[in-house]
Design a protein around this ligand. Structure first.
Ligand SMILES: Nc1ncnc2c1ncn2[C@@H]1O[C@H](COP(=O)(O)OP(=O)(O)OP(=O)(O)O)[C@@H](O)[C@H]1O
Ligand SMILES: [Zn+2]
Length: 712
C-alpha cells in the first residue's frame, strides 16, 4: 500500500517526482531477504543520502513490491511502460544514487535504474501511456498524514492492470485490502494473498501491479467518501448552530412547534370590526357598563390626561351561551382595536412552563399592539383555586404568570383584559383583587324582552312568515340563553326546509322549541287507541283547569304527540317572566298539575288510573313543599324556613308532611270540582285532540267556547 511518511504537513500534496523518488530511496527501501527472494539481487541497502525530511517518502515494501524478483520487476515496468526495456540490457545489481542517477545505479547494482528515468520529464512525452495517465493525476497525490487523508478532490478514473485483474475476480479482494488503513496489515495481507491465492509465477507481477493500482483506486474512493462525510458533518454543524441560536432566542421554540395551533390562536389578533354592540341583544346593562371601556380604547390619552383610571381586567360572569364572548368581541369591534382570543384551557398544560410561556407570548404580542383587547375565555380553567393537583401540575405556575403579566403594565397602557367565566366562585382570589380583574359585569340569561329581541335578530336572517310572533316564542322559552335561541331559529329553518316550506311559520318555531325542551317527536311510536284516548283526556284535564283557574298561566298549546319520554303535554305561557309568584299562582299551578289524574279518575274510574301522572305529582309536591318550608305559606308552621328537613324533630317533620298533604289534597279537590263542572268542555277538547293531535291557544279557545274548529 502506498503510504507516505507522516512527517508531511496535512494537506501537502506530493509531486510525482517524490513518489518516484520513493521507489528507490535508499533510506526507505527495505528489501527483506526473504526465502523467496534470498537471491543476491536483493539486499538491504545502506543509506547514501537522505531525502529532505519534509518530503514524503514511499518504500517498495509499502507498495508490496519488495519481493519482486528482478525479472518480475522488468515485467512490471514493461506492463506499466510497454516497450521501455526493448533492446536494453538488464544489469544484475541495484545501484542507487540521487546525483549520478542511472549510471551510478547501474555501476553499483548492475542493472538499470528505472526510477531515475521515471523522474525525467521527457519520459512522459515518450511514453504517454498507462503510467503517464496515472502520473498526471498524481501531480496532486493524496497524502496520508497522522490525522487522515487530505487531498484535492481531483481524481481521475484509473484504467489499468487492476481492471484486467478485476475481470479475473481477483481485484475486489485487492480493493478491500487497500481500504484497510493499517499499513502492517496491508503488507501482510498482500503477502498472505500471494501465498494463499497460490498465484502462478507468471501472474505475480500483474498481481502486485494490480495491488498498487488498486491502492490508487481505493485512495480515490476513500477520498470521495471522506469529502462527502466532511460535507455532511459541516451541514449538521450548521444545523446544530442554527438550533442553538433558535433556542437562545426563544427557549420554547420546540414547544412552539408542537403547539402552533393553540399558540397562534392566542397570538394572532382578530380584527373585530364587523362585530359591534348591535350584534349583542338582550344584555343592555352589560353593554352600558362596557361602553366606557370602548371609549377608553378609542382614546386612551383622554383618560390619561384627566387622570382617570380604568380597570385592567374585566370579568364577564354568566351562564354558558349568554354572549360573553360576543360582548368582548363587540368591545374590540366598537373601538376598532385588535382582539386577542385565548381559551383558559389552552394554558392548562401537563408540561412545565408551557402554559406560562403562552401567557407571556400573548401579553408580549398584545402590548406591542396596544390599544387592544385580550379575551380569556373559561378563565376559571386557568385561574381556578385548585392548588397543584396531579391533573393540573403546573396550573399554579400559569396563574402566577398571568398575575405577573397583569401587574406588569400600567392601567393606561391601552391593553384591556376581558375574562369570562361561568363560575366566579371558582376563581383564585388573587385574580379578583384590585388591579387585576377588578370589574365584574354580569351577563345573565335574557328576559322575555331580551329573548324577543334575540329571536327577532336571528329571524331577520332567515325567511319567515309575517304571522310569526317572536314574543310568543320568547314567552315560552324561559331560561333559554342567546345561543339556545339562535339554535331554535336555526332548527325551525331546517324543519321548514325539510318540509318543503317557503318560509318559517309559528309551527316550525313551536316545533323546534318543543324539540329543544322535550326531545324529538316520536312519530314512529304506535300508540293504541285506548292509550291515545287516556292521554287525550289527561291532557285536556290539565288544559281545562288552566283555562278555568283565574291565577293559572295562559295555555299555549296542548298535544297528544309523543315527544321524548312524554305521551303528550300541555304548555302554558307566562305573560311575563315571573320574578315573584303569589300564593294563588302557586296553588293554581298545583291544580293544573292535578288536572291530569283527576280527569283519568273521573272518566275511566279509579281502577283505570295510569302511571302517567307521576311527574305531575312530583311537580305539585315540590310546589307544596316549598310553600311550607321556604315561603312561609302554611298557617300551621308559620313564617319560618325549614332547610334541612332531615335534621328536624320528628314532630316538626310530621307537621310539615301533614301540611303538604293537606295542600295537595285541597288542590286535588279543586281540580275535581272544576272538571266536574266543565265535563262537557273536557269531553269536547279531548275529542278535538284525538282528531287533530295538536291544538294551539286559539283553537283550544274555539273548542272550549263550543264552536266548531275549521278543518285544517
Ligand atoms: N345576547 C346575545 N345576542 C345575540 N346573540 C347571542 C347572544 N348570546 C349568545 N348569542 C349567540 O350565541 C353564540 C354563543 O355565544 P357566546 O359564545 O358569546 O357565549 P358565551 O357566554 O361566551 O358562552 P360560553 O360561556 O359557553 O363561552 C354567539 O356567537 C351568538 O351567535
Ligand atoms: Zn299530566
Amino acid at each position: 500500500m502506498f503510504s507516505l511518511s507522516s512527517t508531511v504537513q496535512p494537506q501537502v500534496t506530493v509531486p510525482l517526482s517524490h513518489l518516484i523518488n520513493a521507489f528507490h530511496s535508499p533510506k526507505t527501501i527495505s528489501i527483506s531477504v526473504s526465502a523467496s527472494a534470498a537471491q543476491n539481487q536483493h539486499r538491504d541497502v545502506a543509506t547514501e543520502h537522505e531525502p529532505p525530511s519534509s518530503e514524503p517518502v514511499l518504500n517498495l515494501r509499502d507498495l508490496g513490491l519488495s519481493e519482486l524478483k528482478i525479472g518480475q520487476l522488468d515485467q512490471l515496468v514493461d506492463n506499466l511502460l510497454p516497450g521501455f526495456f526493448k533492446g536494453k540490457k538488464i544489469p544484475s545489481h541495484w545501484h542507487t544514487s540521487h546525483v549520478s542517477a542511472q549510471s551510478f545505479f547501474e555501476n553499483k547494482y548492475g542493472y538499470f535504474d528505472i526510477f531515475s528515468t521515471l523522474r525525467s520529464s521527457c519520459l512522459y512525452r515518450r511514453h504517454p501511456r498507462t503510467l503517464q495517465s496515472i502520473c498526471s493525476d498524481l501531480q496532486y497525490w493524496p497524502v496520508y498524514t497522522v490525522s487522515g487523508f487530505k487531498t484535492l478532490s481531483r481524481t481521475r478514473r484509473l484504467q489499468s492492470t487492476s481492471e484486467r485483474l478485476a475481470s479475473q475476480h481477483i481485484a475486489p479482494s485487492f480493493v478491500k485490502g487497500f481500504l484497510l488503513r493499517d499499513r502492517g496489515s496491508d503488507v501482510e495481507s498482500l503477502d498472505k494473498l500471494m501465498k494463499t491465492k497460490n498465484i502462478p509465477e507468471a501472474h505475480q507481477d500483474a498481481f502486485k501491479t494490480g495491488f498498487a493500482e488498486g491502492f490508487l483506486k481505493a485512495q480515490a474512493l476513500t477520498q470521495k467518501t471522506n469529502d462527502s462525510l466532511r460535507r455532511t458533518r459541516l451541514f449538521l454543524l450548521v444545523l446544530l448552530l442554527l438550533g442553538i441560536y433558535g433556542l437562545l432566542k426563544n427557549p420554547f421554540l420546540s414547544v412552539r412547534f408542537r403547539t402552533t395551533t393553540g399558540l397562534d390562536s392566542a397570538v394572532d389578533p382578530v380584527q373585530m370590526k364587523n362585530v359591534t354592540f348591535e350584534h349583542v341583544k338582550g344584555v343592555e346593562e352589560a353593554k352600558q357598563e362596557l361602553q366606557e371601556v370602548v371609549e377608553f380604547l378609542k382614546n386612551p390619552q383622554k383618560f390619561t390626561v384627566l387622570g382617570g383610571k380604568l380597570p385592567k381586567g374585566i370579568l364577564l360572569v354568566g351562564p354558558p351561551g349568554t354572549g360573553k364572548t360576543l360582548l368582548a368581541r363587540a368591545v374590540a369591534g366598537e373601538a376598532d382595536v385588535p382582539f386577542y382570543y385565548a381559551s383558559g384551557s389552552e394554558f392548562d398544560e401537563m408540561f412545565v412552563g408551557v402554559g406560562a410561556s403562552r401567557i407571556r407570548n400573548l401579553f408580549r404580542e398584545a402590548k406591542a399592539n396596544a390599544p387592544c383587547v385580550i379575551f380569556i375565555d373559561e378563565l376559571d380553567s386557568v385561574g381556578g383555586k385548585r392548588i397543584e393537583s396531579p391533573m393540573h401540575p403546573y396550573s399554579r405556575q400559569t396563574i402566577n404568570q398571568l398575575l405577573a403579566e397583569m401587574d406588569g403594565f400600567k392601567p393606561n397602557e391601552g391593553v384591556i383584559i376581558i375574562g369570562a367565566t361561568n363560575f366566579p366562585e371558582a376563581l383564585d382570589n388573587a385574580l379578583i383583587r384590585p388591579g387585576r380583574f377588578d370589574m365584574q359585569v354580569t351577563v345573565p340569561r335574557p328576559d322575555v324582552k331580551g329573548r324577543t329581541e334575540i329571536l327577532k335578530w336571528y329571524l331577520n336572517k332567515i325567511k319567515f312568515d309575517q304571522s310569526v310572533d317572536p314574543e310568543i316564542i320568547a314567552r315560552g322559552t324561559v331560561g333559554f340563553s342567546g345561543a339556545e335561541l339562535e339554535n331554535l331559529v336555526n332548527q325551525a329553518a331546517l324543519k321548514a326546509a325539510v318540509d318543503g316550506k317557503e318560509m318559517v311559520t309559528m309551527k316550525e318555531l313551536e316545533f323546534s322549541k318543543d324539540k329543544i325542551l322535550m326531545g324529538p317527536e316520536r312519530r314512529s311510536v304506535e300508540i293504541d287507541n285506548k292509550n291515545k284516548t287516556i292521554t287525550a283526556y289527561h291532557e285536556s284535564g290539565h288544559a281545562i283547569i288552566a283555562y278555568y283557574t283565574k291565577d293559572a298561566m295562559p295555555i299555549n298549546k296542548a298535544t297528544i304527540m309523543p315527544r321524548g319520554p312524554t305521551l303528550g303535554h300541555v304548555s302554558l305561557l307566562p305573560e311575563n317572566d315571573r320574578w315573584n309568584e303569589t300564593r294563588a299562582q302557586l296553588l293554581a299551578q298545583m291544580d293544573v298539575s292535578m288536572g291530569g289524574r283527576v280527569a283519568e279518575e273521573l272518566i275511566f274510574g279509579t281502577d283505570h288510573i295510569t302511571t302517567g301522572a307521576s311527574s305531575d305529582f312530583d311537580n305539585a309536591t315540590k310546589i307544596a313543599k316549598r310553600m311550607v318550608t321556604k315561603f312561609g305559606m302554611s298557617e300551621k308552621l308559620g313564617v319560618m324556613t325549614y332547610n334541612d328537613t332531615g335534621k328536624l324533630s320528628p314532630e316538626t317533620q310530621s307537621a310539615i308532611e301533614q301540611e303538604i298533604r293537606i295542600l295537595l289534597r285541597d288542590s286535588y279537590e279543586r281540580a275535581k270540582h272544576i272538571l266536574k263542572t266543565h265535563a262537557k268542555e273536557h269531553k269536547n277538547l279531548a275529542e278535538a285532540l284525538l282528531t287533530y293531535e295538536t291544538l294551539d291557544a286559539k283553537e283550544i279557545q274555539i273548542v272550549l267556547e263550543g264552536k266548531k274548529l275549521e278543518v285544517r
